[in-house]
Design a protein around this ligand. Structure first.
Ligand code: PMV
Length: 324
């Protein structure tokens, strides 16, 4: 095989953000907006990357210099993922051969759907297909997780699990547990704030905000954990009303963490007032997206309410397939 095309889904956090960074579980669903990578083997030992969506146009360097220097943001996840693969499997790529990657996305990197994580996963999966087909999904997860920690310093890896395994997952920090949940129906409505949030910055801000209030912070994380466990059960029971209630409770705790914003809160409140079972922010907060769960007969009212509150409704399917 000389080339391969790999795609992986984006993600949305349903329950448990922030607490999952500190050893608690979360529930994440994969969304059917995908990132695609075309990878091919080159007959010279160079690393090529073309990722026009993130303004990387035909960049090229010797494979021996991969990961060196100040990398542009758009190139980091693919390049460091490839570097980690080469370091882990130093004999996998034959001598004098190189590799070229070209990425394409269906979603804007500003939505917070996890394009960076999806690109790390696609890169490692592509290298595995071309040079080391023995890698398991967990091997791919572990190498992608190392990549994220190398670049961001913090993160639970939940987004990588969604990109690899797809569907809806119960996930524990660092992939210590990754379980698929059976979802019958998940009538989610997704509202984008129009504001790009930086996850690593917000995670660090929470840490600083609670520097002298560790007990209070632990109580919030414990309460979030309980919500995640109840959420898992509510998915098993297909109890949408209960899921909505839990979303509202989770949102209250996220507000206590200080990660919601006026824009998020007004979109969330608008969707509740329009008949949603419940609503919350999804992800780190500070912007990105909110999600609402609503009965089918209230969907259009909830969508309108979100738009009236200044949000943009994104039409995406959830519970999508993993990397393929
Ligand atoms: O901002 P997002 O959608 O990447 O979600 C971040 C979720 C956190 O729990 C805050 C961080 C993490 O890595 O789990």
């Amino acid at each position: 095989m000389n080339n391969t095309t790999i795609s992986s889904p984006g993600k949305l956090m349903l329950f448990g953000e922030h607490a999952v960074v500190y050893g608690k579980p979360c529930i994440v669903t994969a969304v059917d907006q995908r990132l695609t990578i075309h990878a091919s083997i080159l007959d010279e030992p160079i690393f090529k990357l073309h990722a026009p969506d993130v303004e990387i146009n035909n960049s090229s360097k010797l494979l021996t210099h991969i990961g060196e220097g100040d990398l542009p943001n758009g190139a980091k996840f693919v390049e460091i993922a490839a570097k980690n693969f080469i370091e882990k499997y130093p004999h996998a790529i034959p001598e004098k051969k190189g590799i070229s990657f070209e990425t394409e996305t269906q979603f804007k990197s500003t939505f917070g759907f996890g394009s960076s994580s999806a690109s790390a996963v696609c890169t490692i999966k592509a290298l595995s297909e071309l040079f080391n087909p023995e890698m398991t999904e967990k091997d791919i997860f572990d190498l992608a997780y190392k990549t994220v920690l190398d670049i961001q310093g913090v993160g639970s890896g939940f987004d990588l699990a969604a990109a690899i395994y797809g569907r809806t997952l119960y996930f524990l920090t660092g992939g210590k547990k990754i379980e698929s949940l059976i979802i019958k129906k998940l009538p989610l409505i997704i509202g984008y704030t129009g504001i790009k949030a930086d996850t690593a910055t917000i995670v660090k801000e929470v840490k600083v905000r609670f520097e002298n209030k560790q007990t209070e912070l632990n109580q919030i994380y414990d309460s979030i954990e309980k919500i995640v466990e109840q959420g898992k059960q509510a998915f098993q029971d297909n109890d949408l009303k209960k899921l909505g209630e839990l979303m509202n409770q989770n949102q209250t705790l996220l507000e206590q963490l200080g990660v919601s914003t006026n824009k998020l809160s007004s979109m969330i409140n608008a969707s509740r007032n329009a008949g949603a079972y419940g609503a919350k922010l999804s992800g780190a907060g500070g912007g990105d997206c909110m999600i609402a769960l609503a009965p089918e007969n209230k969907r259009s009212q909830v969508e309108k309410a979100i738009e009236n509150a200044g949000g943009k409704v994104l039409k995406v399917e959830v519970n999508a397939k993993g990397v393929n």
